[in-house]
Design a protein around this ligand. Structure first.
Ligand code: NAD
Ligand code: UDP
Length: 338
């Protein structure tokens, strides 16, 4: 059996889809998750999709003794590090929880890896590190900034990783900046399962369509975009997951650090997404245009060429596939997995 890939936060939304992609590529995922925002049922679902159950440890990345044991026992060849908190609004209200979990948790993980002689890491960064970009599409050399503690935690971790590679060239680090991950595995067995009322557009739309919420509020109809609503780069979560497999292959092949956007390179407005969803679900999505949400930006999409050049990867699934897959997941699991 090949040495496993440690997947922190692997029971969560992107992590569970990445486990599927890893297994399909012949890797053995070893998931470490404290289940603070997920359910272990997602791993049972990964097994139903692939026939393989990921190795599983319930625990926290801030538990140094646990990490030490897991690294010694399983000898993973690399770590894909998804574990962290991700709600922007919550990070403004509870900044310490975000710095503790995201920044503190990552340094504890890095320390444990260093002590175990394991120096291969893929990190989940975000397009949020570009702040309010001066233009679109956004390439990796754009200036970085943050407007909230969540974004700042991603900036800090990116810098910590840069320092680490600078100090010890044996580290191999990938900093992957995700644009807007949406959709679900085509089986409808795993998908996004937010707690409470969703903050993000896509789960909000699917919950309106399934009747859990009455209508979508569209935050702003007066943005400087073609239809006045916000424009984002929505990437199918399975494309994103496959991007991690490609990044892993590159990482294991060459030492050093690389930073790439994972997006489609295409912008799609909120109203275009509503229309695509209606077309693919056969449901109406009632909406109302309300004032802009604090902290939002007009438009954000990736220059996705670096990932293509470096990783030989590009997003393949279109907007219709995204909507059809999100709807299949929502219909089959109207209350999510918990
Ligand atoms: P998620 O909440 O579904 O997954 C994160 C997982 O990490 C959860 O299963 C949670 O239980 C676990 N976790 C959190 N803190 C932990 C800890 N201290 N120890 C162990 N496990 C812990 O979120 P996701 O959407 O799958 O995001 C994964 C990563 O990608 C996060 O780092 C997030 O910041 C980043 N990211 C997400 C998006 C997005 O829109 N979903 C965009 C850019 C970046
Ligand atoms: N949005 C919206 N209504 C919602 C949630 C989001 O109109 O209930 C808009 C939001 O203003 C932005 C886009 O949808 O223009 C994507 O927002 P999301 O929170 O999904 O991701 P973000 O790009 O903010 O990380």
């Amino acid at each position: 059996m090949p040495l496993p890939i440690l997947v922190t936060g692997g029971a969560g939304y992107i992590g569970s889809h990445t486990c599927v992609a890893l297994i399909e590529a012949g890797h053995v995922p070893l998931v470490l998750d404290n289940l603070c925002n997920s359910s272990v049922e997602s791993l049972a679902r990964v097994q139903r999709i692939t026939g393989v159950r990921p190795l599983w440890v319930e625990g926290d990345i801030r538990d140094a003794a646990l990490l030490q044991r897991v690294l010694a026992e399983h000898r993973p060849q690399a770590v894909i590090h998804f574990a962290g908190l991700k709600a922007v609004g919550e990070s403004v209200r509870e900044p310490l929880a975000y710095y503790d979990n995201n920044v503190g948790g990552t340094t504890i993980l890095l320390q444990a890896m260093q002590e175990a002689g394991l120096r291969n890491l893929i990190f989940s960064s975000s397009a949020t590190v570009y702040g309010n970009p001066a233009s679109v599409p956004i390439s990796e050399d754009f200036p970085r900034s943050a407007t909230n503690p969540y974004g700042r935690s991603k900036l800090m971790i990116e810098d910590i990783l840069g320092d680490l590679v600078g100090a010890d060239p044996r580290w191999r680090v990938a900093r992957l900046r995700y644009f807007n991950p949406v959709g679900a595995h085509a089986s409808g067995l795993i998908g996004e399962d937010p707690r409470g009322i969703p903050n993000n557009l896509m789960p909000y739309i699917t919950q309106v369509a399934v009747g859990r919420l009455p209508e979508l509020q569209v935050f702003g109809g007066d943005w400087p975009t073609p239809d006045g609503t916000g424009v984002r780069d929505f990437i199918h979560v399975m494309d994103l997951a496959e991007g991690h497999v490609a990044a892993l292959a590159h990482l294991l092949g060459e030492p050093g650090m690389f930073t790439v956007n994972l997006g489609t390179g295409q912008g799609c407005s909120v109203l275009q997404m509503v229309q695509a969803f209606e077309r693919n679900s056969g449901r109406r999505v009632p909406y109302r245009i309300v004032p802009r949400r604090a902290g939002d930006i007009a438009a954000c999409w990736a220059d996705a060429s670096a990932a293509h050049r470096l990783l030989h990867w590009q997003a393949r699934r279109d907007l219709d596939t995204i909507c059809a897959d999100a709807w299949r997941w929502q219909q089959a699991n109207p209350q999510g997995l918990r």
